[in-house]
Design a binder for this molecule. Sequence first.
Ligand SMILES: NC(=O)c1ccc[n+]([C@@H]2O[C@H](COP(=O)([O-])OP(=O)(O)OC[C@H]3O[C@@H](n4cnc5c(N)ncnc54)[C@H](O)[C@@H]3O)[C@@H](O)[C@H]2O)c1
Length: 308
Amino acid sequence: MGLFDGKVAIVTGAGRGIGRAHALLLASQGAAVVVNDFGGGMAGEGNDTTPAQSVVDEIVAAGGKGAANHASVSNWAEAEAMITQAVETFGGLDILINNAGILRDRMSFSMDEAEWDSVIDVHLKGHFAPSKFAAAYWRNQFKSTSAPVNAKIVNTASESGLYGNAGQANYAAAKAGIASMTIVMARELERLGVRVNAIAPVARTRLTEATPGAADFMSKKAGQPDTFAPENVSAVVGWLASDLSAGVSGQVMKIQGGLVQVLRGWRPASQSTEAAEWTIDSIDRVAKSLFADQPKTVPPFLPNLGDA
Ligand SMILES: NC(=O)c1ccc[n+]([C@@H]2O[C@H](COP(=O)([O-])OP(=O)(O)OC[C@H]3O[C@@H](n4cnc5c(N)ncnc54)[C@H](O)[C@@H]3O)[C@@H](O)[C@H]2O)c1
C-alpha cells in the first residue's frame, strides 16, 4: 500500500533537481505522475524533452505510472492542456506541485527587462497558470458532486523572497508573490476541500551548485546523512501532499538540511495611534517608539528562530 495509491499528481519542473525527487517519491508511493519539464538551461534558455522523459522512464522502470509533459508552465494554454492531460491520461487530478523555476540574478541597477520579465514569468505566472486551471477543474468536480474534492497544491517559494536576498529582485519578488498567492488560494479553495501550502527549500541542485560557497556547504559528507539531497525536501512535500497533513493550509515550510521551520509573513511589529490626521511631524514624533526594538536599517537576511 502506498500513501498515494489511486492519486494523480502533476509536478512541474520535474525533469531535474528537487522536482525530479518529488515526482519519484510520489510515484514510488503509488501516484500516477505527470512529469512536466520544459527542459531549459538554468536561466530558462533553450528547451529539451529529454529530462521529463527520462524521469518518466525511471518511474515506469520502477513499476510506477508516469507521463511526460513539456509545457512551459507560464504558457496559459499549455498550462490548461497539462491539467487536461492528467485528467484524460489518468482519470483525474489530486495533487499539483508547482516547482519549475529559473534564475537570472543581477543587482537591481544592472538588471535588464528580459531578466526581470523571464523570472517573474516562469515563477509567478508559472505557479498561477497551472493552479488556476487545476482550481477550475476542482471547482467543477465540487459542483457536480457537492463533496469536498480532497486535493492539494504545494508551491515553491524561497527564503530569498521572504527575507530578501541582494541580487535577486526579480526572483525574490516572484517568490514573495508565490507565498502570498499560497495564502490567497488557500482561503479561496478551502470550501472546495483543496489545501494550498508552500515550501522554501534548500537543496543541492544545479542552481545551488553554481552558487559560490553553497556547493561545499551542501556536499554529501562521508558517513553523514545526506540532508541536502533534493529527496530531503521531497519528504516535506510528500507530507503536505498527503492526508497526513489534514488541516494544514496557507502555510510555508522551510527545509534546510536537518532543520524544518514554519515561516509566517508580514505582521505588525510595532504600532502607534493618533486621533488627528498624520503629518510628517507627527510621524517623526512616534517613529522613535515605532523603531524602538529595531534599527531603522535593512533587516538581516536570515532571522534566527527567536526573531522569526
Ligand atoms: N535548490 C535550492 O536550494 C532552492 C532554494 C530555494 C528555492 N528553490 C526553488 O526550487 C525549485 C526547483 O529548483 P531546483 O534547484 O531543483 O532547480 P533545477 O534547475 O535543478 O530544476 C528546475 C527545473 O525546472 C524546469 N523549468 C524551468 N523553467 C520551466 C518552465 N517554464 N516550464 C517547465 N519547466 C521549467 C527546468 O528545466 C529544470 O529542470 C525552483 O522553483 C527554485 O526556485 C530551490
